[in-house]
Ligand binder design. Structure first.
Ligand SMILES: Cc1cc2nc3c(=O)[nH]c(=O)nc-3n(C[C@H](O)[C@H](O)[C@H](O)COP(=O)(O)OP(=O)(O)OC[C@H]3O[C@@H](n4cnc5c(N)ncnc54)[C@H](O)[C@@H]3O)c2cc1C
Length: 407
């Protein structure tokens, strides 16, 4: 049976970053990374790739290229964790032992909980796509290229989702594309959210609401997609519980729909006994919000989208959390079980909002609320600088330095 000092589940953004940092801090220890995919994805680029505004190559590289030197990549999927015996089982039937376990398995798209969604996404004739499902990126690009006018829907569900401003920034970018091609006047753009606001960052809500009003984008608050009528291209929305006064169901016929599916923790985690069982983050991996250590098992840490943390699920959050996990785990290995772990996570996360092609606001938060950011960042003022940072600077740093543990 294989055994590693440190075993990492998931070779995504958080998993590869934490592996690279630990390789540097604890060079003599063995590190295994369990990851079934042959490719590593930089998902923040999915928005522009899916809308046809960036090449697919900006979003992916082969896994072999990104696994840090000296780490062992096990190309398989975890099916079970046995925390009492420090062991995981893989879909091949193999079992692997660990001294410390890091869970960075991302999240799962819960497409099945919306009847009609899976069929609509896989049917090439049905004008439904999702930026969250890279299998529909080509479809999305084709639908947009051939779009001849009509109603375009953009949805957000009530579950936690990764980078929740994705649907909203897509409306603004598509609005711009339609204006450039002279098509805007024959298109109705509708954004539907289960919440009573456009962003839980107040300043971002204000910027988005003003922008939507200026661009003639219709906003429907407090409604969630319940079902898609796959024959007649009708989306059926239910009023969310806090909504009062309006009819319970709202049917909208669409000619194009960009759906954000409901999301949940990967199923092996849900059945692992390691998840939070109550509260707003129930169903997600239980970790201490500051140290990222599991409350029952001192040798288990969790980070990234799968973790039950009261902040936005983003790449920037996963990268910040990787620093904390690496520092705390290194300390555990060097000094043994301690009373207090040295590093604490402040909840930093950033999900930028593109307000038009070439402009963005940072959308950064911590556990304390809106992140004040650097002196050059203004959370209320869309800027070209912020667009440049997210479109070019961060991805370049990511592929060349971040995943190598260099910065
Ligand atoms: C359309 C879109 C736009 C986004 N925009 C932004 C943005 O602008 N800014 C930003 O910061 N973030 C953005 N994000 C969010 C960001 O990409 C995620 O939050 C980030 O990828 C989370 O990293 P992670 O490592 O937790 O998960 P992932 O990167 O998803 O990696 C999880 C890994 O775990 C693996 N895995 C799953 N199950 C198993 C298993 N059973 N065994 C072993 N491995 C398993 C998966 O194959 C995957 O490789 C966006 C995401 C999307 C989809």
């Amino acid at each position: 049976m294989k055994a590693f000092d440190i075993l990492i589940i998931g070779g995504g953004i958080a998993g590869i970053r934490v592996a690279a940092l630990l390789r540097k801090k604890l060079a003599s220890l063995s590190i295994g990374i369990i990851e079934p995919s042959g490719n590593h994805f930089y998902q923040p680029a999915f928005t522009l790739v899916g809308l046809g505004l960036a090449d697919r190559s900006t979003a992916q590289k082969s896994m072999a290229e990104v696994v840090p030197k000296g780490c062992n990549w096990i190309r398989d999927a975890v099916t079970e964790i046995d925390p009492q015996h420090c062991m995981v089982s893989l879909s091949s039937g193999e079992r692997i032992a660990y001294r410390a376990l890091i869970i960075a398995a991302g999240l799962a798209l819960d497409v099945e909980s919306t009847p009609g969604l899976a069929e609509s996404l896989s049917d090439r004739q049905n004008p439904v796509c999702s930026l969250y499902d890279s299998n529909t990126h080509d479809k999305c690009r084709t639908l947009l290229q051939n779009f001849a006018g009509g109603t375009m829907l953009f949805t957000l569900p009530s579950t936690p989702v990764k980078c929740p401003s994705t649907a909203l920034k897509s409306v603004f970018l598509i609005d711009d594309l339609l204006r450039q091609s002279g098509m805007r006047e024959v298109c109705k753009l509708v954004y539907i959210t289960p919440f009573s606001f456009l962003s839980n960052i107040e300043s971002a809500h204000f910027v988005a609401a003003t922008n939507a009003h200026k661009k003639g984008i219709e906003i429907i608050l407090e409604h969630e997609l319940n079902q898609l009528d796959t024959r007649n291209y009708v989306a059926i929305f239910a009023a969310t519980p806090q909504q009062t006064g309006a009819a319970h169901l709202k049917n909208l016929k669409y000619d194009f729909a960009l759906i954000t599916p409901r999301m949940k923790a990967p199923s092996f985690l849900i059945h692992s006994g390691l998840i939070q069982s109550s509260g707003a983050m129930s169903g997600w991996l239980n970790v201490d919000p500051q140290t990222l250590q599991h409350p029952q098992f001192a040798n288990i840490f969790g980070l990234g989208d799968c973790a039950a943390l009261p902040t936005l699920k983003t790449a920037s959050a996963g990268l910040a959390q990787a620093e904390i996990v690496a520092a705390n785990l290194a300390s555990l290995f060097k000094k043994g079980v301690q009373i207090q772990l040295p590093a604490t996570y402040d909840g930093y996360s950033a999900c930028p909002l593109f307000t038009e092609f070439g402009k963005a606001i940072p959308g950064a938060v911590t556990y304390q609320g809106v992140a004040t950011g650097s002196f050059w960042q203004n959370p209320n003022q869309p800027s070209r600088r912020e667009w440049f940072v997210h479109r070019y600077l961060i991805p370049t740093l990511y592929w060349n330095f971040t995943i190598k543990g260099i910065v």
